[in-house]
Design a protein around this ligand. Structure first.
Ligand SMILES: NC(=O)c1ccc[n+]([C@@H]2O[C@H](COP(=O)([O-])OP(=O)(O)OC[C@H]3O[C@@H](n4cnc5c(N)ncnc54)[C@H](O)[C@@H]3O)[C@@H](O)[C@H]2O)c1
Ligand SMILES: O=CCc1c[nH]cn1
Length: 486
């Protein structure tokens, strides 16, 4: 990809790129060098109107198709996405700074999985027949909701757009997607691909902008459902706005997830999970296991092995295949993370690795590990959304579960042990939506993903997502007479 990439238009509405330069200019920055490589404009009210009215019209046409016909379009889109994986991965790497060693496998590829999976499900979305006595019966039909709004965070731009679009479209809805203002580009490519795959114009639209553009979409009475991936404070605002008009809502929000490592765990597997769960995507993953509880008997070995393996991290040019740690998304995010590292030091946590910004171009920061972290330290309570692992010690199972659950968040949780009975006992008691035994942070499309407590409502991926993008209609059929009291 050239160092300057300018999309054909800021927005993708009604089947084509559109521009309205009256909207605020938003620079798109390559986080690895801090330089602007594209500019988009935030949507004006006229663009938002065009997107909503186009989506309303396209949804009606789309819902008339059979599920199999809709599924065929999604499956074709998945194939096109896979063919263009390298181009899409390079774009994602420029937009996010994530290394190619990740984007080639986890971003567009995961989006294609979602399109293929929900494309396959589309033709199976039927209701049921329920006998209710005397020959009467009820049948149910699964109906689309109408126009859905998707709003994305910046850590997985094309994955988030696809995870929302695929189930929404499979169920017969239209979607307007607003990417994060930090990473506006790859959702436009998804829109292009869906048109190429045969989706009608207006079915999947992309409008750019900051929070106020998102808010204007959420509050529009023609919008029936909102799915946000973002922080808890944004989720609270968006959920409240959706509730005012009783709209359906999915909230995929932040976390401060625990990983519990018992003395009998496989040491290298546990260290791998702690690395994946804290440093993949330079720590910018909602479900990261940032509170690593290590049982007393294995703590020293764990810290020693972790310290050794931290030396193998390759920090640098995200376009180099060998790089495993890229920059933070922005200087602002880097400053936030450095602020947390300073807090960790002030509060007495022991720095085991990293701890510093890296001088030079781009928003790089060393992957950082604190040991001797206590439950009430700020670094153990707040979501940092950067490469900072907190290692805490515990002595017994009951204590570990209590402390792991002592958080307002409930996105994910993991347990490492060779005692399978204990593994299931602990998983059953985790207050989290997505749990792992002897691994961490895998998100296959076949499995539900989402949080409990303040981490959100609803589930993405799997058959569970269908429930969140459709509604059931019950039809009672009486084959006899209808009687009345008088
Ligand atoms: N649970 C998940 O699946 C998941 C996945 C990725 C990221 N996240 C979370 O996202 C956060 C990081 O992303 P971020 O900084 O982009 O989050 P953010 O909450 O700042 O922004 C998310 C999106 O919401 C939009 N927005 C902001 N205010 C809005 C409003 N009032 N109305 C409508 N839209 C509004 C933003 O423009 C952006 O597109 C972290 O908390 C992370 O845990 C969650
Ligand atoms: O960022 C949250 C979603 C996700 C992607 N991969 C693992 N978790």
């Amino acid at each position: 990809m050239s160092s300057v990439y300018q999309p054909l238009g800021s927005h993708f509405v009604d089947g084509r790129y559109v521009n309205d330069e009256a909207g605020e200019a938003i620079p798109v920055i390559y986080p690895a060098d801090g330089k602007v490589f594209a500019t988009v404009h935030g949507a004006t009210p006229a663009i938002v109107e065009q997107a909503i009215s186009g989506a309303v019209a396209a949804q009606k046409e789309w819902a008339e198709l059979t599920g199999t016909e809709r599924g065929r379009v999604l499956t074709r889109a998945a194939a096109i996405m896979r063919e263009r994986n390298r181009e899409l991965s390079e774009l994602e790497t420029h937009d996010t700074g994530k290394p190619m060693s990740e984007t080639l496998y986890a971003d567009a590829a995961s989006g294609a999985d979602a399109l293929e999976y929900f494309g396959g499900l589309a033709g199976t979305l039927t209701g049921e027949h329920i006998p209710v006595g005397q020959g009467d019966f009820v049948y149910t039909s699964r109906e689309p909701l109408g126009v859905c709004v998707g709003i994305g965070a910046w850590n997985y731009p094309i994955q988030i757009a696809s995870w929302k679009a695929a189930p929404a479209l499979a169920c017969g809805n239209a979607m307007i997607f607003k990417p994060s203002e930090e990473t506006p580009l790859s959702a436009l490519k998804l829109a292009e691909i869906l048109i190429e795959a045969g989706a009608p114009a207006g079915l999947f639209n992309v409008v750019q902008g900051r929070g106020e553009v998102g808010a204007s979409l959420v509050s529009d009475p023609r919008v029936d459902k909102v799915s946000l991936t973002g922080s808890v404070p944004t989720g609270q605002k968006v959920y409240a706005s959706a509730a005012a008009e009783m709209k359906h809502a999915t909230m995929e929000l932040g976390g401060k997830s625990p990983i519990i490592i018992f003395d009998d765990a496989h040491l290298d597997n546990a260290v791998s999970a702690a690395i994946n769960g804290n440093f993949y995507s330079t720590g910018q993953i909602c479900s990261n296991g940032t509170r690593v509880f290590v049982q007393d008997g294995i703590r020293d070995a764990f810290l020693q092995r972790l310290s050794e393996r931290m030396k193998n991290a390759v920090i640098g040019d995200p376009m180099d295949d060998a790089t495993t740690i890229g920059p933070m998304i922005s200087d602002r995010q880097r400053q936030i993370v450095l602020g947390y590292i300073a807090k960790g030091r002030e509060e007495g946590a022991r720095l085991v690795a990293g701890g510093n910004a890296i001088d030079g171009e781009g928003y790089f920061i060393e992957p950082t590990v604190f040991a001797d972290v206590k439950d009430d330290m700020i670094i153990a309570r707040e979501e940092i959304f950067g490469p900072v692992m907190s290692v805490l010690s515990f002595s017994d199972e009951e204590e570990a579960i209590r402390r792991a659950n002592d958080t307002e968040f409930g996105l994910a949780a993991g347990v490492f042990t060779n005692d399978l009975a204990r593994a299931h006992r602990v998983a059953a008691r985790f207050e989290a939506g997505t749990c792992y035994i002897n691994t961490y942070n895998l998100t296959p499309v076949e499995a539900p993903f989402g949080g409990s407590k303040m981490s959100g409502v609803g589930r993405e991926n799997s058959k569970a997502a269908i429930e969140h993008y459709s509604q059931l209609k019950s039809v009672y059929v009486c084959v006899g007479d209808t009687e009345a009291a008088f």
